[in-house]
Design a protein around this ligand. Structure first.
Ligand SMILES: Cc1cc2nc3c(=O)[nH]c(=O)nc-3n(C[C@H](O)[C@H](O)[C@H](O)COP(=O)(O)OP(=O)(O)OC[C@H]3O[C@@H](n4cnc5c(N)ncnc54)[C@H](O)[C@@H]3O)c2cc1C
Length: 418
């Protein structure tokens, strides 16, 4: 089958599953998410209606294995689908990333990492319960990791702590701490937090003791707070969350103790999943520019601007950048696996940087080229421009930190020092 549209990742050979899922994402995005996108942006509110649609289409279970009732998307398929959603509503695609990665990490990612037989059996039992919540109840998972420290950058232990406790005969964890920038705050049913095990001997917190635990949103001691009036990605509603002596049973663990730390070292592609949203935004800015210069934007006067060589050159520059971005994106998602080679790892940083900065470059060129009338609020371009700026700010791989890793790891082998 040939798709009747060019997907965000560009035309490329696809499996039957990929074609089906991309078509579904494209149709939902085109007919429902794009027309609503300005509403979430104007009011800085969460796109609940989009999530009802995603739930109904079975896409909340995109990365849940088929054997557990999900859509069985692998890593590359997830990235393609997310890029397709990003083209129509950035905030929906970005929050969909937090939700979907919760299932991808405990599924496919965990399967590829070494565990003891006992750990794997226990993890299998626990994750089945998380999958069932998504498949049967349409539950939403968030990923609030950031704390305003070096922890989300992977350079310090998380200050949010989990202390071993038994309450009412149930073994579990007492959680204390604060997260900032929690996308889906107030919308998620479960907050999948990263925290550090606080050992009884009051030993200093250690990154190797990082725990990944789902905290039910209705938990006693969990509060959402803070103003929410950001420049872009306003529909993500990423407010603060405070945990005060919140008790969660053992079975809420999303990964076995210590596995997140090992995954972050061994499976670096796990952090690239933030970038598909921004590839989608870049495609949307490019598509809008072509339509606008051709005088074909719905509801706008059919004024053509394509005849000016300056506009043609700008579109050419945008296309060059978009094609470079797509090629690198495509190669990177095909290379995702545990323990990538040094060459693959360096390419991964380069790809993340290229997409995050490139999306904003393309949106900037789009605004400059389409001109003053194109930045009016009733058109999507100014929103795409604002949303596109946010990608490079996201930890652990901000644009600065991608360059930092790339330069250092290119020049130093592990263990080398000057
Ligand atoms: C739209 C949006 C949605 C988000 N959603 C979520 C979410 O759902 N969950 C979540 O956990 N977070 C989320 N974040 C937060 C994001 O991942 C970052 O944690 C946040 O943007 C960092 O802001 P900060 O002011 O603390 O910046 P800082 O951490 O102060 O960073 C400022 C700059 O300093 C650099 N820097 C930071 N740490 C180091 C270091 N250790 N070494 C060297 N340089 C460093 C970085 O390059 C960064 O650009 C979201 C952010 C945005 C913009």
């Amino acid at each position: 089958m040939t798709l009747p549209f060019v997907p965000s990742i560009g035309t490329t050979p696809l499996s039957a599953r990929q074609e089906t899922l991309l078509t579904l994402a494209h149709e939902l995005g085109r007919t429902r998410f794009a027309p609503r996108a300005h509403r979430w942006d104007d009011s800085a509110s969460f796109p609940f209606e989009n999530y009802d649609d995603l739930r109904e289409a079975g896409l909340l279970a995109l990365c849940v294995p088929e054997s557990r009732g999900g859509r069985g998307a692998d890593y590359a398929t997830y990235c393609m689908v997310a890029a397709e959603l990003g083209r129509f509503c950035g905030a929906t695609a970005l929050t969909f990333n937090m939700h979907s990665c919760s299932t991808l990490w405990i599924g496919l990612l965990a399967d590829a990492l070494p565990m003891t037989g006992e750990e794997r059996a226990e993890h299998g039992r626990r994750r089945d319960a998380h999958f069932a919540r998504v498949v049967e109840r349409g539950a939403l998972y968030a990923q609030p990791f950031s704390e305003g420290s070096a922890a989300a950058a992977g350079r310090a232990p998380f200050g949010t702590t989990a202390r071993r406790q038994t309450r009412g005969g149930v073994a579990g964890w007492a959680i204390d701490g604060r997260k900032i920038w929690a996308s889906l705050s107030g919308a998620a049913d479960f907050y999948g937090i990263l925290c550090t095990e606080a050992r009884d001997d009051d030993a200093p917190l250690d990154m190797r003791d990082t725990l990944y635990i789902a905290v039910p949103s209705a938990s006693e001691g969990l509060t959402v707070s803070g103003e929410w009036n950001p420049m872009g990605m306003r529909g993500t509603v990423s407010r603060n969350i405070r945990f005060t002596d919140v008790f969660v049973p053992d079975d809420e663990q999303l990964l076995p103790r210590g596995l997140y730390y090992r995954a972050a070292q061994a499976w670096p592609h796990m952090f690239f999943t933030l970038s598909p949203t921004y590839l989608g935004i870049a495609v949307a800015a490019y598509d809008f520019t072509v339509s606008y210069l051709r005088g074909e934007v719905d509801g706008e006067p059919p004024v053509r601007r394509r005849q000016y060589p300056t506009k043609q050159i700008a579109v050419a520059q945008m296309r060059v950048q978009l094609e470079a971005m797509r090629s690198l994106f495509w190669r990177t998602i095909a290379e995702a696996k545990p323990d990538p080679s040094k060459d693959e790892r360096l390419r991964l940083y380069a790809a993340h940087y290229t997409v995050m900065e490139g999306a904003n470059d393309i949106a900037r060129l789009a605004l400059r080229t389409c001109g003053g009338q194109s930045m009016m609020k009733h058109l999507p371009l100014e929103r795409l421009y604002r949303d596109s700026r946010c990608g490079s700010l996201m930890l652990p791989w901000t644009a600065e930190l991608c360059l930092d890793r790339l330069g250092r790891e290119a020049l130093y082998e592990p263990g080398e020092k000057d």
